[in-house]
Design a protein around this ligand. Sequence first.
Ligand SMILES: NC(=O)c1ccc[n+]([C@@H]2O[C@H](COP(=O)([O-])OP(=O)(O)OC[C@H]3O[C@@H](n4cnc5c(N)ncnc54)[C@H](O)[C@@H]3O)[C@@H](O)[C@H]2O)c1
Length: 369
Amino acid sequence: MDEVGIGIVGYGMMGRAHAYGYTLAPRVRELAVAPRLRAISGRDADAVARAAGRYGVDEWTTDWRALVARPDVDIVDVCTPPGTHAEIVEAAAAAGKAVLCEKPLAADYASAQRAAESAQAAGVPNAIGFNYRKLPAPALLAQMVAEGAIGDVLLWRAVWLSDEFLDAQIPFDWRFDRRLGASTIADLGAHLIDLALWIVGEIDEVAAQSETFTRRRSGRAVDVDEASACLVRFAGGARGTFELARVCARRPCDFFVEVNGTRGTLRFEYPRLNELWFGEAGDDGRLYGMRRIRAEHPAHPYAADWWPIGQGVGYGTSFVNQAADLLERWPDGPWEPDLAQGARVQAVCEAMERAAADRRWVRVAEVTA
Ligand SMILES: NC(=O)c1ccc[n+]([C@@H]2O[C@H](COP(=O)([O-])OP(=O)(O)OC[C@H]3O[C@@H](n4cnc5c(N)ncnc54)[C@H](O)[C@@H]3O)[C@@H](O)[C@H]2O)c1
């Protein structure tokens, strides 16, 4: 069987998650190629060497450019902070490598667009890590909306609550530096905006407010929003809201999305990720309410690759499904979602950031123009 050489840039939480994804992909999906973790890079030699051992990667380096240049690396997988993504994607594309980049594609729209264009110009398969699309329940939600299960979409609602920034004593790191870590709108919001664009369609115009409660850490100024709330108008006529917050006590990584249509409602709650809630307006009145779908049936997206119904899947599954989808389409692609979709999401993020800064409605076209 042909091997596909993988090079992972960054050995932190996402470097680990992606390595896990490639390792398990051939165990759950029958693939025509075998992924081989050839190299991993990071700035700290001891730490990256240990990571290579733990993640099952053949070799390590402290120079990501050396990783990109290796002839035995076919896919460059970018798992570093957002502000570093565009440069690495551009170098990988120029070297003729396929690219998977973690979200958000960049810390600003111009860089995201440049990264997407470089992959397009090089004609290499390219993908953005919107991994939540790769779980059965959100994928089923998208499928049901597309099939008309809730009629025409009227409202979209998305909330992401975490306590990651609540403690004012957390020392400064890249997440508090907007140039490197991007905004909270982009960091948390990118996933939810991607789901909205995928499920509902284009967003035309946005309004937003943001706040940073702890403005200095380790003596340094923090320029990242800790909490933002946004209103959106979709091109198709639907209206929506997003709330993204990292100061919510005892909320670890709680997100939910809800879509209300002319004939029904669908709701996904991440803490119960094997379930999808469905309410049908046309139901017998005696059944009034929301039905809990167990999104683990072999008829559901991705579910047949996994365990018998009732066993459930988890966060790690999204990275395995993501890797399996890419490898299944090796070497020609196209991959889904691609970097152009990553840039499209970034445009909405930037419109929200401008709307909050200027206290006005901002058209997404103003950013992309
Ligand atoms: N899809 C998801 O579920 C998910 C979850 C968490 C993070 N992410 C994204 O993945 C990316 C990486 O996040 P992470 O949580 O793995 O980060 P991390 O801090 O755990 O790891 C960062 C890695 O990048 C390297 N690096 C390169 N340049 C750096 C710099 N200037 N400053 C700091 N580190 C640098 C570090 O050496 C390290 O290997 C980010 O874009 C983040 O938004 C995605």
